[in-house]
Design a protein around this ligand. Structure first.
Ligand SMILES: *Cc1c(COP(=O)(O)O)cnc(C)c1O
Length: 392
């Protein structure tokens, strides 16, 4: 068909050239077969340190069986939104078990963490509200604050937040933070944040995407570790595609909070429910994540082993006690080069560049899993020791 529009009305060529020029081009590579830790990418066998499957559940046969059973009962799609026929006992049972896990009155399911964050922030904040957000928050939270049209106050750390809170005139608002920062792996000081929130009559929202299943008693997250729960003025977002190995997310909080989301959160109301079969698989993942403490123990052993050995090698570690262990390299070029060298040694490690991280802080993002063996981590360390750029 001959169309008469201008050749490049979206200005794509200039935009793509700009990405390429700053060494920020991203490529998708095809992985074959299961996820963790031995993978095949573009036909090459690699040992993977990129997945968020921290407990080794994504390929668990019990989840596959639950999913299959669910598909036989419900078919593969929910085929409708929760409010117009898509809601099932499978969804509700999962919500109940999630609420029970994290100590909330209720929980509400979403298809992704991105949507859950858009929902909770835009439903709760609006014009005239103030949202205090950590500068390192996940992109979905930052976008959510923009979409909410509230006043955004960005803070660097708790000291900076204190200063900004002192300058804050009274009025509606909340503090929002990642529980574990996704590119650095450090844990947010949620007990301090809860205290500040209380002192200033603000709410607190914690996005525990990288903490759920990993941190806290029975993996219940950063709030549980701090002897807090998503009650009163605190809401928790958990995602189900990371340590739980499946897909989706939830918001947990008081019954009123959940009801408010059902009534008013547009990313809840105007979207298709997740497949009920997936909810059944996820409920099985929740059961296993709570019950099989040895998975967390193994993961913690792997983290401790990696950090001790890396320190002995003189590698420059960041202050992380979680599965996310970044090694900051610097320029985009050097970051990609380091990842390529590891790749040639048969290791798959994430290379993260701006805008995901601040300019000049390109890094290797190593994620550890209970599914690794100590020998796998030794192999990684041996290859890292050969890199010129990560030593202290
Ligand atoms: C991954 C992630 C999300 C998004 O979750 P998805 O289910 O992948 O959409 C949200 N917040 C944080 C902190 C994350 O790391």
């Amino acid at each position: 068909m001959n169309n008469l529009l201008h050749d490049d009305p979206f200005d794509l060529q200039a935009r793509l050239a700009a990405v390429s020029k700053r060494d920020a081009w991203r490529r998708r590579e095809r992985r074959d077969g299961p996820v963790n830790p031995h993978v095949s990418v573009e036909g090459q066998a690699l040992l993977s340190f990129v997945s968020n499957d921290y407990l080794g559940l994504a390929g668990d046969t019990r989840l596959v069986e639950a999913w299959t059973r669910g598909a036989q009962i419900y078919g593969v799609g929910a085929a409708a939104s929760h409010l117009l026929g898509g809601h099932t006992p499978a969804h509700e049972a999962l919500e109940d078990s999630l609420a029970d896990w994290v100590g909330a009155e209720r929980a509400l399911l979403f298809s992704t963490g991105y949507m859950a964050n858009l929902a909770v922030v835009t439903a709760l904040a609006g014009r005239g509200w103030t949202v205090f957000e950590n500068r390192r928050n996940h992109a979905s939270l930052i976008d959510a604050v923009t979409l909410s049209r509230s006043r955004r106050v960005r803070y660097r750390d708790t000291g900076d937040l204190e200063t900004r809170l002192a300058a804050h005139q009274s009025g509606h608002g909340f503090i929002v933070t990642d529980g574990v920062f996704s590119m650095d792996g450090d844990v947010a000081p949620v007990a301090d944040l809860a205290r500040y929130a209380q002192a200033h009559h603000l709410g607190l929202i914690v996005d525990d995407a990288h903490a759920l299943g990993v941190i806290g008693p029975a993996g219940a997250g950063t709030l549980a570790e701090a002897h807090l729960s998503p009650r009163g003025g605190i809401a928790l977002v958990g995602t189900l595609g990371k340590a739980l190995g499946v897909l989706g997310a939830f918001v947990a909080g008081t019954a009123d909070l959940i009801e408010a989301l059902i009534q008013t959160a547009r990313p809840y109301v105007y979207t298709t429910a997740v497949p009920p079969a997936l909810a059944l698989a996820t409920a099985e993942a929740v059961r296993i994540a709570r019950a099989e403490e040895f998975r967390r123990t193994r993961l913690m052993e792997h983290i401790a082993f990696f950090r001790a050995q890396a320190a002995a090698l003189g590698l420059r570690l960041e202050p992380s006690r979680t599965a996310i262990q970044p090694l900051i390299i610097g320029s985009n070029r050097a970051t990609m080069d380091a990842a390529q060298r590891l790749r040639r040694a048969g290791l798959l490690v994430g290379a993260v560049r701006p805008p995901t991280v601040p300019a000049g802080q390109g890094r290797l993002r190593i994620t550890l899993s209970a599914a690794h063996q100590i020998a796998d981590i030794e192999r990684l360390l041996a290859a890292l020791a050969q890199l010129p750029v990560v030593s202290a």
